[in-house]
Write a protein that binds this ligand. Structure first.
Ligand SMILES: Nc1ncnc2c1ncn2[C@@H]1O[C@H](COP(=O)(O)OP(=O)(O)OP(=O)(O)O)[C@@H](O)[C@H]1O
Length: 227
C-alpha cells in the first residue's frame, strides 16, 4: 500500500502540491485525473522520491519512507514509467530490456509475451520505435523490476487508440491477478477510469474530488473537472 499523507511540495519557492492525500491499496488500481499543469507528474515524482516534500509524509506498507531515495522505493516495490516513454534511444529494444534484467532471458520472454508487438522490433533502436512500441517497452522495463505497484504517467499520451487498447488490456490483466497495483495519472478520462477502481481529481495541486470507478465514472469526473 502507498499513501501520501497531507503532502506539500513544489519547485523552489513555487508550491505545486497542497496538502495532497491519496491512498493506493495493495493490488488495486487508482487513477489521478487532472488537467495540464494540475501537478500530476509532480505527485508521481514525489511518490518516487525524485522530488523532496516540504511537509506531510509518504508511507509504503505502513512504513514512513519520506526522505528515502528513489532506489529504496524501487526496492520496496514501486515501478515508475515516466511520461514520454523514456528508454535509451540508441540501444535496441532487446538491449533496453537486458539492461534491466541482464542474463534473465526468461523474464524478458515473459515481457515479450505480454507485449508481443515488441518481438518484431527486438533489434531496432528504441529511438526508432513508434510511440506505442516505446510505451510498451517502457512499461516492460518497469515490470522487469518486479514491482508491487506500477506508477504510470499519462500512458496514453500520443499513442494510437488500438495500442492504447492493447496496453489497457495488459495492465488490467496484470492488475486482475491482485499482485500488481497500479497508480496512473491521466488527463483523458477513458483509459484511466476503465482501469481504475478508485479515482481522485487533482486541480491546481489540490485533491478536489474522488470516487469509485465504474461505468458512470467518466461523466462524474468530467463534471468535477469542469471539462
Ligand atoms: N522542474 C520544474 N521547475 C519549476 N516548475 C515546474 C517544474 N516542473 C513542473 N513545474 C510546474 O509545476 C506545475 C505542475 O506541473 P506538472 O508537470 O506536475 O503538471 P501535470 O499535471 O503533470 O501537467 P501535464 O499534464 O502537462 O504533464 C506546473 O505549473 C509546472 O509549470
Amino acid at each position: 500500500m502507498l499513501e501520501l499523507r497531507s503532502v506539500t511540495a513544489g519547485y523552489g519557492r513555487t508550491r505545486v502540491l497542497h496538502d495532497v492525500s491519496i491512498t493506493v491499496p495493495t493490488g488495486r488500481a487508482v487513477a489521478v485525473m487532472g488537467l495540464n499543469g494540475a501537478g500530476k507528474t509532480t505527485l508521481l515524482r514525489v511518490a518516487m522520491g525524485l522530488l523532496p516534500i516540504t511537509s506531510g509524509s509518504i508511507v509504503i506498507d505502513g512504513e514512513d519512507v519520506t526522505g528515502t531515495r528513489p532506489s529504496e522505493r524501487v526496492r520496496r516495490g514501486l515501478g515508475y514509467v515516466p511520461q514520454g516513454q523514456l528508454s535509451f534511444p540508441t540501444m535496441t529494444t532487446r538491449e533496453n530490456l537486458q539492461l534491466v534484467a541482464p542474463k534473465n532471458a526468461a523474464a524478458i520472454d515473459q515481457i515479450l509475451d505480454l507485449f508481443p508487438a515488441l518481438r518484431a522490433v527486438l533489434d531496432r533502436r528504441a529511438g526508432l520505435l513508434s510511440g506505442g512500441q516505446r510505451q510498451q517497452l517502457a512499461i516492460g522495463r518497469a515490470l522487469l523490476t518486479k514491482p508491487k505497484l506500477l506508477i504510470l504517467d499519462e500512458p496514453t499520451e500520443g499513442i494510437a487508440p488500438n495500442v492504447v487498447a492493447e496496453i489497457e488490456r495488459t495492465i488490467l490483466e496484470l492488475n486482475s491477478t491482485g499482485e500488481l497495483g497500479v497508480l496512473l495519472v491521466e488527463q483523458h478520462v477513458g483509459f484511466a477510469l476503465r482501469a481504475a477502481e478508485h479515482f481522485y481529481v487533482l486541480e491546481s495541486g489540490r485533491i478536489t474530488g474522488s470516487g469509485e470507478g465504474g461505468n458512470d465514472a467518466g461523466s462524474r469526473v468530467r463534471s468535477m473537472m469542469a471539462v
